[in-house]
Design a protein around this ligand. Structure first.
Ligand SMILES: Cc1ncc(COP(=O)(O)O)c(C=O)c1O
Length: 386
């Protein structure tokens, strides 16, 4: 019944690409050492500044989100440095593993998966450590649990209690949520292209303040491709990159900036709040338990517990019968949850689509008659904003 060329992507990344962005990426190739590229790079790097809440132009890397995580760690960590990583899910865990790889002594503040780290927990942990901590790493949206961490409040603790750098992974939310690096005490903020920024996978972003830039400059740690000093020098000298960049994706990023500016970044943030509320209220209306509380929930992704039937089954039915792709659980949440991504190129109509398909899938799987209920509730929520 479905058309093969109409597949609906609700994974928490990669996310759908707007046609405008596809067209922009199809522009004729330009030489990255030619005349046009510096204008393109400067345009994108500066127009990303408000989206990253950065006072400096944003550095563009060619690589997936993890390359930006690695760059953040590799450029500040020296052998034996003490770092703290807030581990509240699979991506906090990845940050910790990266820091270990670069020789840090990693102190993990483990948070129950599905919960946010409370500022008091961080404060207590930092005080009990009694170590000279070089950096504190946090994940803004922990995609594996669909929790939005209180980055502002945690940053306030980091700066009050330590002299550490505060390094934040914003891969699955930057472009959809507010952030202010200066006011929130963030020194390095990283993100990827394939989530709220509506691009294909392939480029990543690193926003750094002057403190981080100075630390990076004096760091003796070994790095080459991801040496951020090289990127900053190339940018300062001639608005270029040290190595061949993914030019087409940077054309795409320029169009994304156009789209976000046309809608208005404040409105983009509000739209994601509405998408979250519609999704959560709709799922509650059909009795599907959510992994997170309303307070901790991310506006970009929602995690649904699968108590009654295995996640695999609903994921498979959604795909086979309704051409809908959602995400499964990762690591210890494998088989325990499924995740609906609602970030980037996503509107309330898309939420109606995914909720309607979930209702029908439940009917297929267990004969549960919930048809229309989640959609009705989501529409009621939407109507409050129309
Ligand atoms: C919060 C977070 N950090 C890091 C990554 C890793 O990004 P990538 O898969 O692009 O390397 C992801 C990807 O899902 C993520 O959601």
């Amino acid at each position: 019944m479905m058309l093969l060329d109409q597949q609906y992507l609700f994974a928490p990344g990669p996310t759908p690409i707007p046609d405008r962005v596809k067209v922009a990426m199809n522009q004729a190739m330009i030489a990255h050492r030619g005349q046009e590229f510096p204008r393109l790079l400067e345009d994108v790097s500066t127009r990303l500044m408000p989206i990253f809440g950065s006072e400096n132009p944003v550095t563009v890397l060619t690589g997936s989100g993890t390359s930006a995580l690695e760059a953040a760690a590799a450029n500040v960590i020296n052998d034996g440095d003490e770092v703290v990583v807030i581990v509240a899910g699979a991506f906090g865990d990845r940050f910790a593993a990266i820091c270990e790889t670069f020789g840090a002594t990693v102190n993990r503040l483990n948070i129950e998966w599905g919960k946010a780290c409370q500022p008091e927990q961080l404060e207590e942990y930092l005080q009990s450590l009694q170590k000279d901590v070089k950096a504190v790493f946090a994940t803004y949206c922990e995609t594996s649990t669909a929790v939005l961490q209180p980055i502002k409040e945690l940053g306030e603790v980091v700066k009050r209690v330590t002299d550490a750098l505060y390094i934040v992974d914003g891969v699955s939310c930057i472009g959809a949520v507010p952030v202010d690096m200066k006011a929130w005490n963030i020194d390095i903020l990283v993100s990827g292209s394939q989530k709220a920024l509506m691009l294909p996978p392939g480029i990543a972003f690193v926003a750094t303040n002057d403190v981080a830039r100075s630390v990076m400059k004096h760091s003796k740690a070994k790095r080459f491709y991801l040496d951020l000093n090289r990127y900053l020098t190339s940018y300062e000298t001639d608005k270029s990159t040290p190595f061949t960049p993914a030019v087409s994706l940077i054309f795409g990023a320029q169009e994304v900036c156009n789209m976000i500016e046309e809608e208005g970044f404040e409105q983009v943030i509000k739209r994601h709040e509405i998408l979250k509320e519609m999704t959560r209220e709709g799922l509650k209306a059909i009795g599907l338990p959510l992994l997170t509380t309303d307070e901790d929930a991310s506006p970009t992704v929602t995690a649904v517990k699968t108590v009654a039937e295995p996640a695999k089954q609903i994921k498979k039915v959604l795909k086979d019968k309704f051409a809908i792709t959602v995400g499964g659980g990762q690591k210890k949440l494998k088989g325990e949850i499924f995740r609906i991504g609602h970030m980037g190129y996503c509107t309330p109509f898309d939420i109606i689509k995914v909720l309607g398909s979930i209702e029908m899938s439940l009917k297929c799987i267990e004969g549960k008659d919930v048809v229309g209920k989640a959609v009705k509730r989501a529409e009621e929520v939407w109507m409050e904003y129309v």
